[in-house]
Design a protein around this ligand. Sequence first.
Ligand SMILES: NC(=O)c1ccc[n+]([C@@H]2O[C@H](COP(=O)([O-])OP(=O)(O)OC[C@H]3O[C@@H](n4cnc5c(N)ncnc54)[C@H](OP(=O)(O)O)[C@@H]3O)[C@@H](O)[C@H]2O)c1
Length: 291
Amino acid sequence: MRALIIGCGYVGVSLGAELVRQGHAVFGVRRLAEGDLKAVGIEPLVADITRPEDLAKLPGPFDWVVNCVSSSKGGVAEYRQVYWQGTRNLIEWLSAAPPRKFVYTSSTSVYGQTDGSSVKETSPTEPASETGRVLAETEQLLIQAAQTQGFPAVILRVAGIYGPGRGHLFQQYLKGEAKIPGDGQRIINMIHRDDLVATIIAALKNGRPGEIYNAVDDEPIAQIHFFRWLSETLGKDMPPFVEADSTERKRGLTNKKVQNRKLKMELGGQFKYPNFRKGYTAEIQRLADNS
Ligand SMILES: NC(=O)c1ccc[n+]([C@@H]2O[C@H](COP(=O)([O-])OP(=O)(O)OC[C@H]3O[C@@H](n4cnc5c(N)ncnc54)[C@H](OP(=O)(O)O)[C@@H]3O)[C@@H](O)[C@H]2O)c1
């Protein structure tokens, strides 16, 4: 297949490298030139998805397209530009030569639940944060395009990504900067980068257009259990408890258990790291080997 990965960052580069390994021709887009792409066999392309004129120059057609662009910095306006407008530009550009499948990495932040309940793909998506709302609206663009134009979009709602060199709470813990708000019962949902890469490839092959799948591991976990495991495994102190922030909801901090049953049933495959303990055991070992 000719595969185009738009947003060759943490996930995109690993995805591209795996697709190259599986024998596909892989092209990778980002705004800044080359970097590490050629080293893993990805053909680098420079484009900004907020600029339709850049997209028009890309060497299509492509069989598979993955949009895993991220607006890591910037406020809501940039979020809207990169996710909503960028996705709109992609749908329009690809309508001339549609791919066989288009995968978009949305986020579990579209679920605004704060009561610790279980959520699945049909649960309400009413995020309190404006950025969460932009992502929910971006999903709607794709669902509409799938329903009205037959655009082959598959949406993955991705949980917090961790893996080599990544994982916000883990990095904070290692630096001694982690804190546990309230009683630590807030649930966090995660997925290891390697399992996300496998999930994206499964979605490219078998995802049903117009469908949404939660991309999350098997075990939502309360923050306190996460830190307790780290503390016992590394023989270090627990982080201090701090008062829960009354602005948590406004900041979009949610509390929910994201379920992956649909993903498991329809896209199959076993996770290499079904829970954070497996994933972080590997990461701790990697760090020990490197030091
Ligand atoms: N990190 C998480 O925990 C998490 C959770 C849920 C969902 N997600 C989603 O998962 C996906 C992958 O995340 P990631 O951590 O791999 O992101 P990342 O490391 O920040 O990479 C994002 C890539 O997008 C490129 N990019 C940004 N703006 C662009 C634009 N306008 N046009 C073209 N390329 C652009 C960046 O390169 P340049 O800056 O050079 O353009 C970079 O290569 C994203 O869609 C993200 O929203 C992430």
